[in-house]
Structures are given as C-alpha cells and as structure tokens.
Design a protein around this ligand. Structure first.
Ligand code: UDP
Length: 470
C-alpha cells in the first residue's frame, strides 16, 4: 500500500506553492499518495488558476477543497493580513476533523498558520509535520519569540540594541517582521500563537539547503537554547520551487519580447503575490527605471496608499490598464526598452530566461529561492512581513543582493536612487560579483536536490519513517 500523506496550506501562493512541490515530489519520486486540502475561503484568482492547471493531472495527488467557511461576521477589512489569514484558517479548519478521519493519512503536513489542525490531529492520533515555507532566519527568530515575549516589556522596536538571537547574528529591530512590531495588535497574538505551537510537531521541514543555511541549521540542531525548548528535528529539504508554469497568450508576448533581448540584459520587477506600492512610490520607481536606460519587464499593480500587501487576496485578477496609473508618458518613453505587465507575470519562466539579468524583488522567500536557483542577483525592495530580514541576509551574508532604500528625509525611494542602484546591478562590477555568487548558489541548490544531495537525504530520513508505518 502507498503511504498516504495529507497537506494543509494557508491561502496565498507563497504557502501553497512550496507545499504543493513537496506533495508532488512525494508522489512522483517516492510513490506516495497525497491528499492536498485547500482552503477555498476567499481564494485569489491566482490560487484558482494554479489548482485548475498545475495540479490538475497528477495521479495519486488528490486536491480536496475544504468547504468555504462563512467569514462574514469574523473578518473585516480593518484586520491586518495575518489576522485575516489566521481567522480564515481557524474557521476552515473547523471542518477538518471528519475529513481527516475519513482520509486517515499517516501524517499531516501543515504550514506556519495552520497549526489549529494540530488539535484535530491529536484527537485522531495523526502526527503533524510543519513545512516552514519562509526563511530559516525567520524560523530562528520565531522560535526565540516566546522567550522575547516573556522577557521584554514594551515594543521590540523600541529596544536600544539589535536583538541577540541565540547562535545567530544580532537582528536590527527595523528588520524584525511586521507582525511583531506592534504587540497590541491582534496580528502579534496570532503570530505568537502559531510559532509557540511549532514545538508540538514531529518535525520541521525547511525550504532551504545546507549551503545557504549551514550555520543556522547547525544552530537549530545544536545550540543549547533550541535544544532546551526543545524543538523538533529540522529537515532542510529545499529549495522547493515551482517547476513549470502554464503560459497564457499575454505571457507569450512577454517571451517573444524577451527572446529578442541580449543575454542577462533585462531587469525583472515583481513584488510577490501581494506587494503593492503607493501612487507616489510607483511614479518614482517608474521614472527611476526610465532614467536608468536599462531593459525591463515591470509587473505593475494598481497602487494603493493603504497597505503594502494590498493585492494579497486579489493577485492574478483582472486589473485596469496599467497606463491609467503609471506616470503620463512613461509607456511611450520606454517603448521597446521595457515591457509593462499588468498584475501578474509567469515569474519563474521569466527568471529562468537567458535575457533576465537581475530581479527587483520584495524578497518573499519563494521569490528569493526562485532567483537564486536561476543564478539571478537581486535588487532588494522589501515591503512587509519578514522581507526586511531576508533582504538583510541576502545583502550582508550571502552577498547576492543590494538593498534600495529611501535617502534620509525622503518619504519614498526617489527616482535617482532607483536609477543609481539599477545601473550598479545591471552594468557595474558590483552586479557582476553578485551574479557570480548567485550562479554558484544556484549550482549548489541543484546539487542539494540531485541524487545523494543533502536535501534529498534529509527528506529521505522522514520518507523512511513514513514508509515504515504502512
Ligand atoms: N508570483 C508569480 N507572478 C507574479 C507574482 C508572484 O508567479 O506576478 C509567484 C512567485 O513566483 C512566487 C510567489 O508567487 O512563487 C510569491 O511568493 P513569495 O514567497 O515570494 O512572496 P509572497 O507573495 O508570499 O509575499
């Protein structure tokens, strides 16, 4: 009999994609049977598209939609994004127990915000594994958070010194994730709730590999602080990223254009599934790009001054014509040099295209991995969540990125700063060095996932446990 594993991701492509990749791997490489449980409450167009295409035809990988929950009285638009996700998950997970009881998998794999499932699984004696889809930097911080919560009074952002995370580099308070910057907000309680429950799972999968996170993985395994919590075993099994994308007719136009550009000459600009700029910032970015005279593919979303994650639940939907909110004259002035794409682009295929030379990214973890796997250096434009700590790591430790930041006194990142950084990365020596290091990392990622590679060996340790249970 095939071992049967169930998955339960949170909504949002950044959660769904890596869990789905692991599911696929278990089915195709390891001969498992998988039930992939989908939270259908408030699903984005990108999510619908994903499950209608990528997921459709894999035998032994069954997509099971959880019944949409009635969230009309428990969610309002004033709630921050993580609160909305967590409330939606909690409501959807109420229907989980009978579904799991019937499926009877040998394990459930959850993500960071679906730990509510642990209770149902405990009652059903189903072991739970967590796939921590964000960076290992965030995991080390998150596992330290319950201690910080006990020991620090007031806001962490007001601490006079960087935060000393056991066995890790000290973290500047500006870099901590948004969800813990305001301890009075419900988002903080939700985040703390979920990370505090990580200790109850049987193991934590990391979407990383030994070369990228050697010191941090060693710290998680060996540092007395983490041993004392104690945390479950950690398994670096990445980088698991999308392997392919279904291309639309509009996408075909992007590739027709890219095919005609010189090798590594194009900057790809895309701020994740939810990243959205203010009107003022969008204008500065656009003119900075134009002034840099570099080729580009620019994924543009309707600006909003309300929230940097404004498109999280709407990404991939039909939007207005971008020329209505790009500055007047921009499209005409950059015709032939750049391509504007509305709302959503096939990111992976763009990153792996020969003419892509750099990626202006919000540094979400999936985007970061996709860039590194394809040897593409990064212009880091962090917006929300844990993106600032990812950006700092990529700039200061891994040295594959440069951060673009507003000058002192500037409300937004100005066009001259954009122009300077874009040129530096696309034309300068700094860009060459970053590109070289990104390519080396890309090779090490392929090795980690090849036969006998560190990530495969790591996953096989758990696969063997599962196989022994059937
Ligand atoms: N993505 C894409 N096209 C877009 C925007 C995003 O294909 O126009 C994909 C991207 O390739 C990545 C995911 O959406 O796999 C975004 O995940 P990430 O963790 O980088 O950021 P998040 O959206 O969770 O902030």
């Amino acid at each position: 009999m095939k071992p049967h594993i169930a998955f339960l991701p949170s909504p949002g492509m950044g959660h769904i994609i890596p869990l789905f990749q692991l599911a696929k791997r278990l089915v195709i490489q390891n001969g498992f049977h998988v039930s992939f449980l989908v939270n259908t409450t408030k699903a984005s167009a990108a999510q619908h598209h994903f499950f209608n295409s990528a997921a459709a035809l894999i035998p032994d990988l069954n997509i099971i939609n959880l019944p949409p929950a009635d969230i009309s009285t428990v969610i309002n638009q004033d709630m921050r994004i993580v609160t909305q996700i967590c409330v939606m998950n909690r409501e959807s997970i109420k229907s989980l127990k009978p579904i799991l009881a019937e499926l009877n998998p040998i394990s459930l794999i959850i993500d960071i915000f679906t730990t509510d499932a642990i209770d149902a699984c405990k009652e059903l004696s189903i072991p739970v594994y967590s796939f921590f889809t964000a960076s290992t930097v965030l995991l080390t911080f998150s596992l330290y958070l319950p201690t910080l919560d006990r020991e620090v009074e007031g806001e962490f952002v007001d601490l006079p010194m960087p935060i000393e995370i056991p066995g890790c580099r000290a973290m500047r308070t500006v870099d901590i994730l948004d969800q813990v910057k305001d301890r009075k907000n419900a988002e903080y309680d939700w985040y703390l709730f979920h990370v505090s429950r990580l200790r109850y799972v049987a193991g934590i999968f990391l979407n990383s590999w030994e070369v990228l996170d050697f010191d941090r993985v060693k710290t998680l395994k060996e540092n007395p602080f983490y041993r004392k919590i104690p945390i479950p075993p950690v398994f670096p099994i990445g980088p698991l990223i999308k392997e392919d994308e279904t291309l639309t007719e509009i996408d075909a136009e992007i590739f027709a254009w890219l095919d005609n550009q010189p090798c590594e000459s194009v900057l790809f600009i895309c701020l994740g599934s939810g990243g959205t700029l203010s009107s003022k910032q969008l204008i500065e970015l656009a003119w900075g790009l134009e002034m840099s005279k570099q080729r580009f593919v620019f994924v543009v979303r309707k600006p909003t001054d309300a929230s940097a994650s404004g498109s999280y639940f709407t990404s991939g939907g039909n939007e207005n014509d971008p020329s209505t909110y790009l500055p007047d004259g921009f499209v005409e002035k950059t015709r032939g040099i750049g391509l504007v794409v509305s709302s959503w682009a096939p990111q992976l295929a763009v990153l792996r295209h020969f003419s892509t030379g750099a990626f202006l990214s919000h540094c979400g973890w999936n985007s970061t991995l996709e860039s590194l796997v394809h040897g593409v250096p990064i212009i880091a434009w962090p917006l929300y969540a844990e993106q600032r700590m990812n950006a700092t790591m990529l700039v200061e430790e891994v040295k594959v990125a440069v951060k673009v930041e507003a000058e002192e006194g500037e409300e937004v990142i100005g066009r001259r700063t954009v122009e300077r950084v874009v040129r530096e990365v696309m034309e300068g020596e700094k860009g060459k060095g970053m590109r070289h290091r990104a390519k080396e990392l890309g090779k090490s990622a392929a090795k980690a996932l090849g036969i006998g590679g560190s990530s495969i060996e790591s996953l096989n340790r758990v696969v063997d446990i599962w196989k022994s249970q059937v």
